[in-house]
Design a protein around this ligand. Structure first.
Ligand SMILES: [Mg+2]
Length: 262
């Protein structure tokens, strides 16, 4: 089923929480966009909540949680969430991923890394790998050239053959041991931090993303939105977003916030 146009999404004060992907959903050409950041501030100043749900590493998420106008950050595709409480100067960190991070896990990730780099000579380890706790991120179009989306899906399939969960984002192939993903951890986060049962209160949450790794979220959240650059991924998606924005990337994010606050 094709996504509906964004204007079909009825604004409602019952929508309390905006969950959003970061890369190519909140960013514009790989940078934080002034209008998107302003939209996020406007959203929170309207008394609503916002949570970033990203494949980015723990090191980055620590920064997001502390310095962005957010209620929480779910990172490394659901391996953990961080919440900063400025009033009490407390950073809450809840780790979900299994197995535990550490040298044994790093050796297993390194073995997978070596195999992929040998089989896909154009692939590179992402520049943010050093700040990751749980997963391996293969760069296919952030800082490298010469790999296609089909290559990214082939790399993901190879990593699955090694017993890993693998997802293709707009820039990386992320792979990890264990079965968490953006969606399983978002459900837990909503329940544990906001007392919100997705099955019963789905109409109070919107999710927006752009990539195949957002598909479990598009499936789980009835109010799911793709920014326009989700389009090339739609043919591969069994569960496309319900709505699509007119514009791509951060401009689509701004359109969504404007529609919800209309
Ligand atoms: Mg993305």
């Amino acid at each position: 089923m094709s996504p509906l146009a964004l204007h079909e999404l009825e604004p409602s004060s019952a929508i309390r929480l905006l969950l959003f992907d970061v890369d190519d959903t909140f960013t514009q050409h790989a940078q934080i966009d002034a209008q998107a950041l302003h939209a996020l501030w406007r959203w929170r100043e309207a008394g609503r909540m916002a949570v970033a749900v990203t494949g980015r590493p723990a090191g980055w998420c620590d920064h997001f949680a502390r310095m962005w106008p957010l209620d929480g950050v779910i990172g490394e595709n659901g391996a953990f969430w961080f919440r900063h409480h400025p009033a009490t100067r407390h950073m809450e960190r809840q780790y979900i991923g299994q197995p535990e991070p550490g040298s044994a896990l790093q050796m297993r990730l390194k073995a997978a890394q070596d195999l992929i780099l040998a089989e896909f000579p154009h692939a590179r380890i992402s520049q943010d790998q050093a700040f990751r706790l749980y997963d391996l991120a293969i760069d296919f179009c952030e800082d490298v050239q010469g790999l296609t989306l089909d290559d990214a899906h082939r790399i993901a399939q190879r990593l699955r053959e090694l017993g890993m969960t693998a997802k293709v984002s707009s820039i990386h192939v992320n792979a990890w041991f264990g079965d968490h993903d953006k969606c399983t951890t978002s459900r837990r986060y909503l329940q544990d931090c906001h007392g919100l049962d997705l099955a019963q209160q789905a109409s109070s949450v919107v999710y927006v993303g752009d990539s195949p790794n957002d598909e479990p979220m598009f499936q789980a959240f009835p109010l799911s939105v793709g920014v326009a650059n989700v389009e090339p991924h739609l043919p591969r998606m069994a569960h496309p977003p319900r709505f699509i924005t007119p514009s791509a990337q951060a401009q689509g994010f701004v359109e969504l916030v404007n529609q919800l606050l209309r």
